[in-house]
Design a protein around this ligand. Structure first.
Ligand code: MTE
Length: 317
């Protein structure tokens, strides 16, 4: 089992990004006028972002070594800003994360629009270090900050016929150059079954490495669903809709034979064009680095396998 309880960790021990990376001195120097001329232009990924306060450690964190901040924030999928991994960090500067609001509607008793400031205060923030596995065969370990999506869901009181939750993300051509290319049907839409959305591992995410999310990682609010392939974790969410019917998601619509609705990480079910049995951990890509075995449900089987009891996961992939 890869998830361990960490009762020994107190909030004050949560390390900042700089501590993780051992870059304290570097950052201090950035602030000193005397060094200004000597310091080269600071790349976007190295700019320290605003800190999130009052964050607690979580017992749901893996103890695996986090992927370096640089990789987490420069090797991204965010097709609204281009289809290359390096595009989002370069082009997402135009995303305006404030003002921002999230509409919550559909089969709920209390539909509501949340300003991002209210969402940030809705529940206590936790740092959750999650393994994330992309459908393309690479993985990272990412310290996210957020709280369970269930906290938000409880506020709006789903109606009896709410079976699924649809996540609709921003689609604004003025801010997102990738929308001029029909790579996917915009807006980017994802979905979860209600029990998946309510699961304590499903994190409504506002930060990474203790800082507010950089634009390329889905500012100001995204999902992190660690037992599913990365594309289920929609970025820059503007609408959450509760439905009776299974939502049609962007990737399922684009290639239904390749991307199912569930998309649970499953080494036993290959993508039609490649195996899913192993993965490459970003940040440890040396020539002799062996690939890692991919684990069922990305190593979270103890927590989530019961959600799928009795289902044929080869058919419902
Ligand atoms: N959300 C939106 N809106 N647009 C996207 O293109 N890409 C998905 C997911 N969420 C995507 C998205 C995919 S394919 C992955 S692997 C993850 O975001 C990557 O998240 P990260 O760049 O923060 O690691």
């Amino acid at each position: 089992m890869l998830i361990r309880n960490r009762p020994d960790i107190v909030p004050s021990e949560i390390t900042s990004r700089q501590v993780y990376e051992g870059r304290r001195a570097f950052v201090r120097n950035l602030g000193r006028a005397a060094f200004a001329a000597a310091v080269p232009a600071v790349p976007a990924w190295a700019q320290p972002g605003p800190k999130l306060a009052g964050v607690k450690a979580s017992t749901y964190s893996t103890i695996e070594k986090p992927t370096p901040y640089k990789d987490v924030t420069t090797y991204n999928n965010f097709y609204e800003f281009g289809t290359d991994k390096g595009d989002p960090v370069q082009y997402a500067k135009t995303l305006k994360a404030r003002p921002w609001s999230v509409v919550v509607e559909g089969a709920v008793k209390k539909p509501r629009t949340f300003a991002i400031e209210d969402l940030l205060k809705l529940a206590g923030m936790e740092e959750r270090v999650y393994r994330m596995r992309c459908v393309e065969g690479w993985s990272m370990v990412i310290p996210w900050t957020g709280y369970p999506l269930a906290e938000l869901i409880r506020q709006v009181e789903p109606a009896g016929n709410a079976k699924f939750v649809e996540f609709i993300t921003l689609a604004d051509k003025a801010q997102m150059p990738g929308l001029h290319v029909p790579a996917l049907a915009w807006p980017y839409v994802e979905g979860l079954r209600m029990d998946e959305a309510m699961h304590p591992l499903t994190l409504l995410t506002f930060g990474v490495y203790g800082e507010l999310l950089p634009n390329q990682n889905g500012a100001p609010v995204r999902l992190a669903v660690p037992w599913k392939y990365g594309f289920k974790s929609g970025k820059s969410i503007v609408k959450i809709r509760f439905t009776e019917q299974m939502p049609q998601t962007s990737w399922n619509r684009a290639a239904p034979q390749e991307y199912g609705f569930y998309s649970n990480v499953n080494p036993a079910v290959d993508h039609p064009r490649w195996s899913q049995a192993t993965e490459r951990r970003i940040g440890e890509d040396g020539f002799f680095q062996k690939k890692r075995q991919t684990l069922p449900f990305n190593g979270y089987a103890d927590q989530v396998a019961s959600l799928y009891a009795g289902m044929d996961l080869k058919k419902l992939f």
